[in-house]
Design a protein around this ligand. Structure first.
Ligand code: C2E
Ligand code: MG
Ligand code: MG
Ligand code: MG
Length: 288
């Protein structure tokens, strides 16, 4: 009966609305909770850096590390960066957290023996929110000055989408960072709104090829074609080509054959706690 069907649809609809609304409120509350926990984590020193080594393909020697955030809360629960970085970005908390990462990374790298030739680099991820801060380049200069780390040993990683930002501030920040002598890298290359015009203007020192193109490279004609194109582009523009997420010897061999300069991945090293990274640096600085 038509009336009955109408009644049910309305009731169902209303229930659905209640369900979605409750669901959304719950999600919003979870984000708010995570945000306040993250704010406390920063204040209480629950954030740590993990350092993932990077290696040259040709000589397989250590070239540096990428600093990656780690958060273990007071109860021992590990919250992955893919979960808390978006919350930090939306809330603006990433500005303070990013500043902590920058200072900590410079401090750690400044303590490494200057034996390597060229010296080991430390890469730090910068979110679009940080780059849009008018004072960001000044903060980088201060972090370098107070740690004593030479600018050429610091690399700032920026995603392609951050480069799309039309605001003058981002462009100005990138220009100021270049003037400081800091290295610039484009992160997760090929997954965002890749624009060759932006790549040309930004002129990074390093192009980081996203893991999605690297996985099973040796069996995937399409991935191999994309990786070759990125490596060729990077090298003809005088940039270093780095492959992310290299997990197997087969992928490594394929990358070597395609002329990739540097690799970073579980094959050559997972992100390490600071003491283990220091031991690795000591081992290459004073080989036995
Ligand atoms: P990303 O900058 O592209 O970092 C690389 C991610 O790939 C890291 O995940 C790393 O642990 C992971 N990875 C490295 N090698 C392999 C591999 O061989 N296999 C696989 N399956 N994964 C590998 P992580 O540490 O979970 O970080 C995820 C993302 O969170 C980063 O991606 C970056 O976008 C963001 N992030 C991490 N730390 C920071 C930070 O200090 N500031 C900002 N703004 N973002 C950060
Ligand atoms: Mg990165
Ligand atoms: Mg990446
Ligand atoms: Mg990534």
């Amino acid at each position: 009966n038509a009336d009955m069907a109408m009644y049910e649809a309305k009731a169902g609809g209303r229930n659905n609305f209640c369900f979605f609304s409750r669901h959304m409120t719950q999600q919003a509350n979870e984000r708010l909770l995570l945000e306040s926990q993250l704010r406390a984590a920063l204040a209480n020193g629950e954030l740590r850096l993990a350092l993932q080594p990077k290696y040259s393909v040709a000589a397989r020697h250590l070239t540096g590390f990428e600093a990656l955030l780690r958060w273990t809360d007071a109860t021992g629960r590990v919250i992955p960066p893919t979960r808390f970085i978006p919350v930090a970005e939306d809330s603006g908390l990433i500005v303070d957290i990013g500043l902590w990462v920058l200072r900590e990374a410079c401090h750690v790298a400044a303590g490494w023996p200057a034996a390597g030739k060229p010296a080991l680099t430390i890469a730090v991820n910068a979110s679009p929110r940080q780059l849009a801060q008018p004072g960001f380049a000044d903060e980088v200069a201060r972090a370098l000055a107070s740690s004593g780390l030479p600018a050429a040993q610091l690399e700032i990683e920026v995603t392609e989408n951050a480069l799309l930002e039309k605001t003058g501030v981002v462009q100005q920040t990138l220009a100021l960072l270049k003037k400081l002598g800091v290295r610039l890298a484009v992160d997760d290359f090929g997954t965002g709104y890749s624009s060759l015009a932006y790549l040309k203007n930004f002129a990074p020192d390093t192009v980081k090829i996203d893991r999605c193109f690297v996985t099973n490279l040796q069996h995937r004609q399409d991935n191999a074609a994309i990786v070759l194109a990125i490596i060729t582009l990077a090298k003809s523009l005088g940039m270093e080509a780095l492959a992310e997420g290299v997990e197997t010897e087969e992928e490594f061999a394929a990358l070597a054959a395609l002329g990739c300069d540097t690799v970073q991945g579980y094959l050559t090293g997972k992100p390490l706690p600071l003491d283990e990274a220091a031991a690795l640096v000591a081992a290459v600085s004073h080989p036995t």
